[in-house]
Design a protein around this ligand. Sequence first.
Ligand code: IPE
Ligand code: IPE
Ligand code: MG
Length: 243
Amino acid sequence: MNEGTVFSEKIPTHLAIIMDGNGRWAKQRGLPRTEGHRVGMEKIREIMDICQKKGIKVLTLYAFSKQNWNRPKREVNFLMKKFENYLDTEVDTLMEKRVNFRVIGRVKELPFNLRKKIKKVMDKTKNNRDFFLNLAINYGGQEEIVDAVKIISRLVKESKVSPRKIDVEFFKRYLYTPDLPYPDLLIRTGGEFRVSNFLLWQIAYTEFWVTKVFWPDFKEEHLEEALIDFAKRERRFGAIKEE
Ligand code: IPE
Ligand code: IPE
Ligand code: MG
């Protein structure tokens, strides 16, 4: 990101969302869970547009966790297909809106066709700087930390890094998005008060907002509500308020 760019303190620079509640949304309507995922995936474009309009610069969306493989095969396969569709249909819009698109998570473990498409869209959008969209697929916060530890251990073993050099700033460089700031605000839809293995390292000082609204129903008015509350909060980062 362009260091030195000044954003309003009251609008989060980086918004992260746990897009939860697709299954319950569908169940409420007597529909299969996959129908919730279909509508949920269509929400992404709408919410990204609103974020761009509001001056948010980075959006990180939790789409599929490392633990979500434990779901029925049919549901998992449906989601993998949906991610492929998303990449096919959105690539032009991402270019038009100058969006830098990335997938965070263990991409190597994803189906071949999906991996190929992810690479293509990431390569194509890599120089875009107006907005940053991170889609977390096969993502786990604990896994991200372990992946960083593995890289650093190798560097230590090869005597390329001295253990004395390892501190919080150093560690950050080995996470999936070392160039991006940490989330200022984390929204969870679907009403659960937990993080479910999302961005564990990065949310050390992130503000939380939980809404009962299911992801397929999440709209501008709900985002607005979260942003208004965020703007009122006093972030102290462990310090005390200046007199
Ligand atoms: C979130 O919705 C999407 C994924 C985890 C893939 P869920 O599928 O978890 O929906 P609920 O929580 O069961 O309603
Ligand atoms: C978190 O939701 C993962 C995503 C939204 C992609 P889950 O539905 O998997 O989380 P739990 O099982 O309620 O903790
Ligand atoms: Mg859920």
